[in-house]
Design a protein around this ligand. Sequence first.
Ligand SMILES: [Zn+2]
Length: 285
Amino acid sequence: MQFEQILRDFHIHFSSVGPKCRQGWINLRCPQCHKDPYLGYNLAKRYTHCWNCGSIPLWTVLRDLTQLRPQQIFDLIGELPRDEIVSISHTGKLELPYGVEELGRDHQEYIRDRRLSPLEISRTWKVKGIGQHGSHRWRLFIPVEQRGEVVSWTTRSIISGKEPRYLSARPDQSKVPIENCLYGVSRTHHSVCVVEGPIDTWTIGPGAVAILGLRTSPSQLEQLSRFPVRYICFDREEEAQRRARKLRDDLSVFPGKTANILLEAKDPGSASREEINHIRGLLRK
Ligand SMILES: [Zn+2]
């Protein structure tokens, strides 16, 4: 089934020609901000975008437009050609930043300050260090794997207050663009706990996957939707919790269970052993 057909079936007004329309897009009233015709559906690349709200996942749009129950929306999405939901673009060849070597003393100290073991982090997550040279100096080198293969990377500054904290591979330096990757996905089983950054993943351990940024890409959402049990554990502050609730809503249209975990601590990195063990327990179930 095509997107236009869904709109027709639900008697939703749309246009693809006219003064307010861009060529190659289907235009309609945005179900989130109600501006008309601000929402566009890109015919070639098959994604939805609002001039006002920005990128909105296709399933969120369908949920808001059709008011169907989650299972019915899931069926509707299932009928769409697969690349209509997500497109993973394979880009360049993997290119590492200059100066990647074993963890130095300062890198190890940074990891220890986060109550983690440098040996464990380098063994399990293959984290390395970048020393005093190059544009990525004094950073942790964090490889991003998909199906056991390194496809991209990010780096974390070990100098406190240094911005940007994370400096990641560009698409042309990655086999898979980093925004399409879930950090830690190679070490998951039945359940996942979605976190914000790699350090949260290390703290919780296998089963925790990081979205590596502020927003969840359609490709990441699609990968998360395949897990039958999904927990979300973002930082405690309001803005992060707003994003956590949005992600929970986006995932709730898929079969399975989605739950938001609100920590007592400000983030997983500063959570008590007890809280972390509780999450680990949930992931083992
Ligand atoms: Zn909008």
